[in-house]
Write a protein that binds this ligand. Structure first.
Ligand SMILES: N[C@H](CCC[C@H](N)C(=O)O)C(=O)O
Length: 276
């Protein structure tokens, strides 16, 4: 099978985007792993699939696969690339679209300045919604990680995140704790592990060890979850610039019942075809 794809990146989190509307296909998890391999395949963090919506009230359906082959509920950097892809390829003439994801609706919008803003929907905190093994929602939960006891905030942006606030995120903590948190038994669906350093009430640094991938250069939903958890902890104001290894993304959250808004870049790198 020959597949046409577009290679894209948001803050260095990289993707291949596939048009499942005009190019119907199926891929097994093993085939996704092969395509995602950075030596024997194309290489990507996630594969993004564009499909027709199940509800005609919306413009598209958006499916996301990590490079371990697993399908997941949400991808923030990918959402910005999604709207750039469908407009550049003429799949829509709109600049703001309504997109179905596994756990809700997101609304990406192309801005006049070339950036993309996405209404990522409301964050969720109930343990069963994450999913997370705990009695109730708490702003911080104690978690045993190897021989360390850490304090995490647990947030779902559709996909699960466990976020720590640390004075230093470059001392080896990401490499040491990331894999242990991703597979922690209290997260039945695994989890993305965020490591946040607060610089001011409007600026943080963030590194994320992503479920199904490992550490990525940037994580959009991770940035959303980190800012929400920092606001809930009383450390941040409602609009925050998140500095990742791949660049900056701006996140706004006006509190419970409100959506998280994310603004950042989305870049088309190249087009290609692949035999699989
Ligand atoms: N690894 C994530 C999916 C991709 C999230 C990230 N690339 C983003 O930009 O939000 C998960 O398993 O939930």
């Amino acid at each position: 099978m020959t597949l046409s794809f577009t290679k894209m990146q948001g803050l260095g989190n990289d993707f291949i985007v596939l048009d499942g509307i005009n190019q119907p296909f199926t891929l097994t998890p093993e085939q996704i792993r092969q395509l995602g391999d950075r030596h024997f395949g194309i290489g990507f963090d996630q594969l993004l699939l564009v499909e027709k919506p199940t509800d005609p009230a919306h413009d598209f359906r958006y499916r996301i696969f990590n490079n371990d082959g697993g399908e997941v509920e949400q991808c923030g950097n990918g959402a910005r690339c999604f709207v750039r892809y469908v407009t550049e390829r003429g799949l829509t003439d709109k600049t703001e679209i309504s997109v179905e994801v596994a756990t809700g609706i997101i609304k990406p919008r192309l801005e006049a300045n070339g950036l993309v803003t996405v209404d990522m929907g409301e964050p969720r905190f109930a343990p069963r919604q994450i999913p997370f093994v705990a009695d109730e929602d708490q702003i911080e939960h104690s978690l045993q990680v190897g021989d360390e006891t850490v304090s995490v905030s647990v947030v779902s942006m559709g996909n699960p995140h466990a976020v720590q606030v640390l004075a230093d995120i470059d001392d080896g903590v990401v490499e040491r704790q990331g894999p242990l948190i991703e597979y922690h038994p209290r997260f039945p669906a695994r989890v993305n592990a965020g490591f946040m350093q607060v610089l001011s009430r409007n600026a943080v640094r963030l590194r994320v060890f992503e479920r199904g991938v490992g550490e990525t250069i940037a994580c959009g939903t991770g940035a959303c979850a980190a800012v929400v958890s920092g606001i809930r902890r009383g450390l941040l104001d409602e609009t925050v610039t998140v500095t990742t290894r791949g660049g900056n993304v701006d996140i706004t959250w006006r509190g419970p019942g409100q959506p998280v808004l994310m603004t950042g870049s989305a870049v088309t790198v190249f087009q290609g075809t692949v035999e699989i």
